[in-house]
Structures are given as structure tokens and as C-alpha cells.
Design a protein. Structure first.
Length: 446
């Protein structure tokens, strides 16, 4: 009988698992459940938000990446681990149950929305392609409105942008968007570019503390040289339509709150009835779920033991780990089907790259601190290499060259007509069913 393999998630981890399975078990029936028809290169999202890259340039179409896998357009909303069935809600809203012999869970993560008054209603994220495109429209609209406003207070409010989160995602988003707004403000005849103000609010006492003190300070210096205010050891306590309140009591008048203060594993994992660690599904070093050898999990949604670091650590949620766990997961699925022993995942972190826009970047390849031009060269070279698909590499490199020659060409695409594009519209955290509800929903289908 043909082996049925279901892969949940078409990101760094899931799409790579499916592609590898096509080679390792060519006779198997592989289905990949994904809400979008592309694999997204998330590290370049800040550049999409900043208009340097068009949205499709950071994607690889699943239809070109995968040859034999059947892509099921939808979202896994529950799993009956005992009956070995995945409940899928399709993009048209109907439900179906997919049976499996092997299940690979790689649904990634969502924005971690803290319980802060007004955040869900007024905050904006930059974690999905749609959010990045909406964010660009929103930021551009603020400059256009400020340009025509006759109220000085409202003009200030429109020109102030607040990013909460001083990790790499928040820093890259603030740095790239700040360059775009400063560049564009010069083109508006009635707008004083010095009115454009960016704030980065970080609860920790350093930016991107994982990169070490030197690169953290270098980043702060770059941001300060561009006039970005960095508020360390500070948090957000409230937000409303026209302001944000910070933990030091200050209230900043703004129409833009960008929330980049962390991620949470896909809520699907907490609904399985299996053990989780801070919301990530607990797996063994061979990526299998304890007592469920037919279920594997990887990427941001899984707590994978970090054997290279030791001491009970789990792998951090990075693309680097997700994409390297994928071939191990695929090989272990194939090994399990063939009755062979599985292999443990072990990878020593290669470091991190952070693009600050223009020719500024900081990077830490193999533990070596780089900033300025060497940092920027390594950062861009790493991204091009990591994109892997030649067409995507070419699109990104071409747009970088165009940006260097002609500056940003960001235009508002009109997404915000009739919708606000805020955090509340992009989270799907309420879609998931626990084991009993999944069982009942599957029974109702048959
Ligand atoms: C702005 C930003 C910058 C980053 N920069 C870096 C960097 O420089 N270096 C680095 O190593 N990492 C970086 N990361 C982190 C990196 O992108 C993630 O660690 C990586 O994407 C995790 O891969 P994944 O496959 O687990 O999840 P993802 O790549 O997020 O893929 C998950 C997939 O599952 C799909 N999905 C979600 N829920 C379901 C469901 N219920 N059913 C079916 N499908 C579902 C999603 O649509 C998505 O396609 C960055 C992240 C962000 C947001």
C-alpha cells in the first residue's frame, strides 16, 4: 500500500521536507498543507515593508519548488493523533480530514501579542507578506497625510513612528523603514524631513543582546547617527488611536505602532494534547514526538534539543535551524518507513546577519563581529545564498541594484481602503481545535 505522508506548513522547514521526501520516497503520497502557495523568505520582510523589494521577490512558488507533492491550500486546525488524521480548513472554509502514516508538523510561529491595552487593535506586525505590504502602505499614507495637514500637532503625530521590540526583526524593520521615510519625506514639498522621527522601544538593556555587546553598540550608533531614538529597558504599557504609553510614563503622539516584540509557536501545537515547552512541541533529537514515532516536528514550532550547545538547551527559532532540520526530518521519515534507525539533529550555530538598510549591517559569522561594509557584504551575500532558488536570487539582487542606483520607488498600493491592516486582522490564534473537538469535527465529516 502507498505510504501517506502529510506535511503541515510550507515555510523554511515544511517545504524543504516535502522536496527532500520527493527524492527519498518517490513512491509515497506526499501532501503539504499550507495556507499560501509560496515559501516565504522572512528575513527580507523588512525590505518589503521599506519598498526596497516587491513582495513576490521574497517568495518561492511551491508549484515550482515541488514536483510531485500535492499542495493542499488550507490550514491544519487540529490533529487526531490516535486516529492519525489531520483536520484541514481549506482557504474556502470547508473542512476535510487527511489520513496519514507519517505526519511532519512545521507550522512555524505567529506574532506574540502581549496583553497590553490597545495593542491588538492598534499595533501592526511585520511577520507575514501581507502585513509587510500593509505596513508599507500605512507608513507611506502617514507621510502623504502629513504633507497636506494644516494641523502641526497632527503632522507631528503622523511623522512619528514607534517600533516596539529591539531584537533583529524590530531593529531591521525600524532601520529599513527609517531610511525609506527620510528619503521620501524629501520629495514632499510641504514636509520638513526633520519632522520624521523613529523610536525603537526595547525592554532589554541592549539591542539584539544575542549578538554581543560590541555589535549591539555598533547598531545603536548607526541608528543614533540617523536620528533614531532607542529607549532601552523600556516597555509599552498602552496604545490607542493616536498615542502609545511607555513604562517610564512617557506618552508619544503617533499613528504608527509596529509590534516586533517576539514570536509564539503556532497555536496548533498546544492543541494536540502532547507535551509542549513554552508552546513548542517537545520532540526527541531525531525530531520525533515521544511515544509517537510516526509524528515529527521541526522549525519554530518544535522544541528540538540543541545537541551542539548541550545542557538541555533547545534550538533557537531561526531559519538556520529550520532549514537544516528539514533534511534530517525527511531522512528520518524515510528511515521510519523502511524500518531503519533514525539520525539525531545536530548543528552548530553559524551566527546571525542583520541588515540595517543602505550599506549598514552587522553580522556575526562563525563568532566574528563584523559591521560597516564588511558586515553589509556578508549579510547580503548570505541572504542571496540562503534564497537558493536561482529566480528568487536574481529578483532580489536586481532590486538591490535598482535601489542602489535609483533609491526606493515605494508606492502605496491601496491595500488600506476599507481595512486597517492591524494585528487583530492577521492572527489566526482562535482557529484551532483540541483533540476532542478535532475528533468530533472529523466524525461529523464522515
Ligand atoms: C522579520 C524577520 C526576520 C528574520 N530574520 C532571520 C534571520 O536573519 N536569520 C534567521 O535564521 N532567521 C530569521 N528569522 C526567523 C526565521 O524566519 C524563522 O525561524 C523561520 O522562518 C522558521 O521556519 P519554519 O518553517 O519553522 O516557519 P515559517 O518559515 O514561518 O513557515 C511556517 C509555514 O507554515 C504555515 N502555517 C502556519 N500555520 C499553519 C497551519 N495551521 N497549517 C498549515 N500551514 C500553516 C505558514 O503559512 C508558513 O508557510 C526572521 C524572522 C522574521 C519575522
Amino acid at each position: 500500500m502507498t505510504d501517506r505522508i502529510v506535511v503541515v506548513g510550507g515555510g523554511f522547514a515544511g517545504a524543504a521536507v516535502a522536496r527532500r521526501l520527493e527524492k527519498l520516497v518517490p513512491e509515497a503520497d506526499v501532501r503539504l498543507v499550507a495556507p499560501d502557495d509560496y515559501m516565504l523568505y522572512l528575513p527580507l520582510l523588512p525590505q518589503v515593508a521599506a519598498g526596497l523589494l516587491p513582495a513576490p521577490a521574497t517568495t518561492v512558488a511551491l508549484s515550482t519548488w515541488l514536483r510531485r507533492t500535492v499542495v493542499v491550500p488550507g490550514r491544519a486546525v487540529g490533529v487526531d493523533l490516535d486516529a492519525r488524521r489531520v483536520l484541514v480548513e481549506s482557504i474556502t472554509g470547508h473542512h476535510e480530514a487527511l489520513p496519514y502514516d507519517r505526519l511532519v508538523l512545521a507550522p512555524g510561529s505567529v506574532t506574540r501579542v502581549a496583553d497590553i491595552p490597545g495593542l491588538r487593535e492598534h499595533g501592526r506586525g511585520c511577520k507575514t507578506l501581507a502585513e509587510a505590504a500593509f505596513l508599507r502602505d500605512h507608513v507611506l499614507a502617514q507621510l502623504e497625510i502629513a504633507n497636506t495637514s494644516t494641523d502641526p500637532e497632527e503632522r507631528d503625530r503622523r511623522c512619528r513612528f514607534v517600533v516596539v521590540g529591539g531584537g533583529y526583526a524590530g531593529v531591521e524593520t525600524a532601520a529599513n523603514l527609517q531610511l525609506m521615510t527620510t528619503d521620501l519625506a524629501r520629495r514632499f514639498p510641504r514636509l520638513d524631513p526633520s519632522l520624521v522621527t523613529w523610536h525603537v522601544v526595547q525592554h532589554h538593556d541592549a539591542l539584539m543582546p544575542g549578538l554581543g555587546r560590541r555589535l549591539s553598540e555598533d547598531t545603536r550608533r548607526v541608528l543614533a547617527s540617523r536620528g533614531v531614538h532607542v529607549d532601552l529597558s523600556t516597555g509599552l504599557t498602552a496604545a490607542d488611536e493616536g498615542s502609545v504609553t511607555l513604562s517610564d510614563g512617557r506618552r508619544l503622539a503617533t499613528r504608527t505602532l509596529i509590534w516586533a516584540a517576539g514570536i509564539a509557536p503556532s497555536p496548533l501545537m498546544a492543541h494536540l494534547g502532547a507535551e509542549t515547552d513554552h508552546g513548542r512541541l517537545v520532540v526527541r533529537a531525531d525530531l520525533s514526538v515521544p511515544d509517537r514515532p510516526e509524528v515529527l516536528a521541526l522549525g519554530d514550532a518544535a522544541a528540538v534539543p540543541d545537541l551542539a550547545s548541550g545542557g538541555g538547551a533547545v534550538c533557537p527559532p531561526t531559519a538556520q535551524h529550520a532549514s537544516r532540520q528539514a533534511p534530517v526530518a525527511a531522512a528520518n521519515v524515510a528511515a521510519g518507513l523502511a524500518g531503519r534507525p533514525t539520525t539525531d539533529y545536530r548543528h552548530r550555530d553559524l551566527g546571525m546577519v542583520v541588515d540595517l538598510g543602505g550599506s549598514d549591517a552587522v553580522a556575526k559569522p562563525f563568532g566574528v563581529d563584523l559591521s560597516g561594509l564588511p558586515g553589509a557584504t556578508v549579510t547580503r551575500a548570505y541572504h542571496l545564498w540562503a534564497l537558493r532558488a536561482p529566480a528568487t536570487m536574481t529578483r532580489v539582487a536586481t532590486n538591490w541594484a535598482l535601489g542602489a542606483l535609483h533609491g526606493t520607488s515605494a508606492v502605496r498600493l491601496g491595500f488600506l481602503h476599507g481595512t486597517s491592516g492591524r494585528l487583530a486582522e492577521f492572527e489566526h490564534t482562535d482557529d484551532y481545535l483540541d483533540a476532542d473537538a478535532t475528533r468530533a469535527a472529523i466524525a461529523a465529516l464522515s
